[in-house]
Design a protein around this ligand. Structure first.
Ligand code: MRU
Length: 356
């Protein structure tokens, strides 16, 4: 399995996803600033992988405070947290991971600074390990939704590159294929940054899965002519009512799927659910630079000075989503009820005594 990011001794090693599929370049760093830039420039990307990177980023940000006192540790922690939180706004996993790391800092006041830094690294590794387990569980649960013979359409990249494990939506595809099901995949290229073409097609080929690359605007025609059995996508943030932010173009696919009576599934770990937001209107949507649209292929493809709107994500309203697959099982509409029930159980599992 490809490791999108891993801890190596005193720093991290990650694959530079902007170089794929032409070059497989790995970067090693012990500098938080390098990691933060890698997140902003999408060298590291995908909501769950961003959570893992954020956790390791906190460790990089505080590791020099071991020689110092608690005050310095807290300052370094806050500086690191603030920097990480400015990298990308939509994927909630990034914020979730920072807050989980903050919990370790606050719960362990009685330990020395060196010990706390050690505990923070253990927590970051736990976040990574748990993400890997969540991917496997999502693959197992989601496999139940996949018929013995299935043509599946997906959007963006939700594989090992986007997570700490085998992926979310893509883990469902690879699990079904590993079970001997007859799987073919149509991968949207995913304009403007081509995560589908550069990353998903590359990963699925490595898995030996039958993949056909299509431009985003071919999806409707493919649903009509090729008889797509299901759509499965990932998520960057899911509101309490099930509205789901994911890569720009996901909403289009959901509308098309509904029109063609094709089930539309979202796959994500519960760390992607933001129960504090009532609906998708409240999800902050990242807008990226115009040149991703006007010079996306290394060559100017639009007039100079043209106005560009380049949101990185859109929000699919819950009524388009047939089911959401998480590591705790499959939830169905009405999501206000099913998500809230599931999250209560998650809290109960994580914190059986109700300790803060
Ligand atoms: O801008 P990106 O490439 O980070 O966007 C990624 C996506 O939208 C993925 O579909 C989402 O994070 C789910 S990844 C398992």
């Amino acid at each position: 399995m490809i490791r999108s990011i891993e801890w190596i001794g005193s720093g991290v090693r990650f694959i530079d996803q902007t170089k794929l599929p032409i070059e497989e370049v790995y970067v090693e760093t012990d500098q938080l600033s390098v990691l933060a830039e890698a997140i902003t420039s999408l060298k590291i990307r995908g909501a769950p992988a961003l959570g893992v990177a954020a956790a390791y980023g906190i460790v990089l940000g505080v590791k020099n405070s071991v020689q110092s006192d608690r005050g310095r540790l807290e300052k370094d922690f806050e500086r690191a947290a603030a920097l990480i939180k400015t990298t990308r706004p939509t994927a909630v996993n990034l914020f979730w991971a920072v807050e989980r790391m903050r919990g370790v800092l606050h719960r362990n006041q009685e330990y020395s600074v060196r010990e706390i830094v050690g505990l923070l690294l253990l927590e970051a590794k736990a976040i990574h390990r748990e993400d890997e387990e969540m991917c496997a569980a999502i693959g197992r649960f989601g496999n139940e939704l996949v018929p013995q013979r299935a043509a599946i359409l997906t959007h963006c990249n939700t594989g090992a590159l986007a997570t700490g494990g085998e992926g979310t939506a893509q883990a469902i595809i690879t699990t079904a294929a590993a079970q001997g099901k007859n799987i073919s995949v149509f991968a949207d290229e995913t304009r403007p940054l081509l995560q589908g073409a550069r990353l998903t097609a590359w990963e699925l080929q490595k898995h030996g899965i039958d993949v056909t690359l299509i431009t985003d605007n071919t999806a409707a025609f493919v649903m009509k002519r090729k008889k797509i059995d299901l759509v499965v996508v990932g998520a960057d943030r899911i509101a309490a009512n099930g509205d789901t932010a994911n890569k720009i173009g996901t909403y289009n696919v959901a509308i098309i799927a509904k029109e063609h009576d094709v089930p539309f599934y979202v796959a994500a770990p519960t760390s992607t659910i933001d129960s504090s937001l009532l609906n998708g209107e409240m999800i902050p949507i990242e807008e990226r630079q115009a040149n991703e649209v006007t010079e996306g292929f290394g060559k100017r493809t639009a007039p100079y000075d043209v106005r560009v709107f380049n949101p990185a994500f859109d929000v699919t309203p819950n009524e388009f989503i047939s089911a959401i697959v998480t590591e705790h099982g499959i939830v169905r509409p009405p999501y206000v009820v099913s998500i809230s029930e599931m999250m209560k159980n998650v809290l109960q599992i994580e914190n059986p005594l109700g300790n803060v």
